[in-house]
Design a protein around this ligand. Structure first.
Ligand code: FE2
Length: 241
C-alpha cells in the first residue's frame, strides 16, 4: 500500500517530534503492509517550510531507514494550507507537490470558510495543470454543512482523500458519516493515515478495512490504498516553468 498523507518526518511540524518516533512509525507502516509513504508536513504561513528543506529532511530520513534496515520508501511532499496565489507560489517553486512530481498538490481542506474560495483555488490549479487533492474533507465543518461543494469539486476532477481514522470514528460521528458517504459514492478515491505519531495517530490503513467492507458493499480497498495513490506518485514529472 501507499500512504499518501503522513507526518512522519522528525521535528519539522506537529507530527513526529524526533527520529526515534519517526523510525517507530516507519516500522508500524511496514508491518501494516505499506511500502511507500509520502511525507506531508504542514506547509503554511505559520510553518513556512520550503521545498528544499522538505527534500533534505526526506533524504536524511531515507538514509536513517536504510541504516536501520527498514524497508520503506519515503517521498517528499507537503500538506499545503489553502490560500489564493497557489499557482504563483508553485511557479516560484515555493510549494512542493506530492512526491515532487509537479502534478498533484495535497491541500489542507479549510475547516470553515466560504466554498467559493476553495472552488477558485482548485480551478486555478487545474488550469495550471495541477490536480488538487483535498486532505480529509470529512473533518471540515464547511464540507459537512455543504457536501454539494465536494461533489462539485470531485465531478470537476479534484481528488478527495479520506483519513483511515475517520472511517473508524476517531474524528467523531459526523466525520465518520461523511467519510463513509464520500467513499460509497466514489467521490473520495484515496484512503490515507494522516499519521502524526506512533500511538494516538499511527500510520495504519488496514484497520479501516473491515469497517469499510461492512459499511460499503463492493468497496475496493486496494484501489483506495494502492492503485490510486500509486498512480499519483508514479505520475510523469512536470516542471511547471
Ligand atoms: Fe495532515
Amino acid at each position: 500500500m501507499v500512504d499518501l498523507h503522513c507526518h512522519i518526518l522528525p521535528g519539522i511540524d506537529d507530527g513526529s517530534p524526533d527520529m526515534e518516533t519517526s523510525l517507530e512509525m516507519a516500522q508500524i507502516a511496514v508491518a501494516d503492509g505499506i511500502d511507500t509513504v509520502v511525507a506531508t508536513p504542514h506547509a503554511s504561513s505559520t510553518n513556512p517550510l520550503s521545498p528544499s528543506e522538505i527534500r533534505a529532511a526526506t533524504q536524511a530520513f531515507n538514509e536513517a531507514l536504510r541504516q536501520q534496515q527498514i524497508d520503506l520508501v519515503v517521498l517528499p511532499g507537503a500538506e499545503v494550507e489553502a490560500q489564493l496565489q497557489m499557482v504563483e507560489l508553485l511557479r516560484g517553486k515555493q510549494l512542493i507537490t506530492i512526491g515532487d512530481r509537479g502534478r498533484h498538490l495535497l491541500i489542507e481542506t479549510p475547516f470553515v470558510g466560504i466554498p467559493q474560495f476553495l472552488e477558485q483555488i482548485c480551478f486555478e490549479l487545474q488550469i495550471a495543470g495541477i490536480t488538487p487533492v483535498l486532505a480529509h474533507p470529512e473533518r471540515s465543518e464547511l464540507a459537512r454543512q455543504q457536501p454539494e461543494v465536494l461533489q462539485k469539486l470531485a465531478e470537476r476532477g479534484c481528488r478527495l482523500q479520506v483519513n483511515a481514522d475517520s472511517v473508524l470514528g476517531r474524528a467523531g460521528r459526523d466525520a465518520k458519516r461523511l467519510a463513509v458517504s464520500l467513499l460509497r459514492t466514489g467521490q473520495a478515491q484515496i484512503l490515507a493515515s494522516d499519521a502524526h505519531d506512533a500511538h494516538y495517530r499511527p500510520p495504519r490503513l488496514s484497520s479501516a478495512r473491515n469497517k469499510l467492507e461492512r459499511a460499503v458493499k463492493d468497496i475496493n480497498f486496494q484501489m483506495l490504498t494502492d492503485r490510486v495513490p500509486r498512480s499519483i506518485i508514479d505520475s510523469p514529472k512536470e516542471s511547471h516553468k
